[in-house]
Design a protein around this ligand. Structure first.
Ligand SMILES: NC(=O)c1ccc[n+]([C@@H]2O[C@H](COP(=O)([O-])OP(=O)(O)OC[C@H]3O[C@@H](n4cnc5c(N)ncnc54)[C@H](O)[C@@H]3O)[C@@H](O)[C@H]2O)c1
Length: 309
């Protein structure tokens, strides 16, 4: 049986670190693509030479061309500008629109049966663009955001309660922006609903920190944005697809009426397996939660309109 093939476009912080996590997991061979001459080749060689130390046999190729990407099973797209202090994700739209358009065109020519995982920001808008450009069915173009946002929420909860992150489950809905909607009611610690373990004030503080979690790291790094958790989150999605795990993960998916929203990408819980998004799960929301979701949706809709498609 042949090994699955994973292409990662963009060999910068998120892309190269995704290659690192994926190589260690041995879930497929990896092709790392970037426009900077020599950079993906150098990183791929370095990573492959780590195999003997870490004990993995993953084959990794670095390249500036798309020939080596042919017949990929999953393609993770991370190419594009990242935020600097003072920038919003929306400030990246014009330049990243160009990059996602050209990259998606090249990828679909050679890997018409692949599943695309979009990471580039503004996330929901770039996922929408990639779906339009690729012409792929909605289940095979997925945005990565919720797994990251949820991980931030989970780690803040665990730190506050001084308990293991493994026992914390958390629920995040909505667009990948400061208006995302973390839902404490659906978040639990070993099955115990969060509101039973923490005061409303503490929960509010953690929710706010989760929403601004990306910006907090941008302000600290000063030269770019987060990449360890974003790349690990993308690889968790790759793994769910390649191993047909049917994980229930929050992902940016194309909506056609779910949550009362249509013709847009938005963060919702999905079942992720070998067919990509195999199901979108809808949960009941309170009027306040619905209002917060609508606010987040309005921001994403405005951004999608700016694509001018
Ligand atoms: N969805 C999320 O939750 C999330 C989280 C973190 C970062 N991001 C986004 O991911 C993107 C990448 O972030 P990063 O930190 O890796 O940035 P980075 O600057 O470290 O890497 C981006 C890479 O893309 C490459 N690139 C540019 N144009 C290209 C093209 N046409 N073809 C191939 N490669 C190209 C660049 O050369 C660079 O190496 C940004 O848009 C960032 O905002 C999203």
């Amino acid at each position: 049986m042949k090994r699955p093939k994973i292409t990662i476009v963009g060999g910068g912080n998120v892309g190269a670190t995704a290659a690192h996590w994926a190589a260690q997991k041995e879930i497929g061979d990896i092709v790392l693509v970037d426009i900077i001459e020599g950079m993906p080749q150098g990183k791929a060689l370095d990573l492959m030479q780590t195999g003997p130390v870490e004990g993995f046999d993953t084959r990794i190729i670095g390249t500036n061309s798309y020939e080596e990407t042919a017949n990929s099973d999953v393609v993770v797209i991370t190419s594009g500008l990242a935020r600097k202090p003072g920038m919003s994700r929306e400030d990246l739209l014009a330049k990243n629109k160009e990059i996602i358009t050209s990259v998606t065109t090249e990828i679909v020519k050679r890997s018409p049966k692949s599943t695309l995982i979009i990471v580039t920001n503004p996330l929901d808008t770039m996922a929408y663009l990639a779906k339009k450009i690729s012409g792929f069915s909605k289940n095979r173009v997925i945005g990565m955001a919720g797994v990251l946002d949820r991980a931030r929420f989970r780690s803040f909860i665990a730190t506050e309660l001084n308990c293991s992150v493994e026992d914390v489950q958390a629920f995040v809905l909505g667009g990948h922006g400061d208006e995302m909607v973390p839902l404490p009611r659906y978040s639990t610690v070993a099955g115990i609903p969060l509101p039973e373990l923490m005061s409303p004030e503490k929960i509010d503080r953690i929710v706010e920190r989760t929403r601004k979690g990306g910006g907090e790291i941008v302000a600290l790094l000063k030269t770019g944005s987060a990449y360890y958790c974003p790349s690990a989150a993308a690889v968790q999605m790759v793994e769910a697809i390649l191993l047909d795990k049917k994980r229930i993960l929050p992902c940016s998916a194309y909506l056609q009426g779910e949550y009362g929203l249509s013709d847009m990408y938005f963060g919702v819980p999905v079942k992720l397996g070998s067919d990509g998004v195999e199901e979108i799960i809808e949960v009941k929301l309170t009027p306040e939660e619905k209002a917060a979701l609508e606010k987040s949706a309005a921001t994403v809709r405005k951004s999608i309109l700016e694509l001018g498609l």
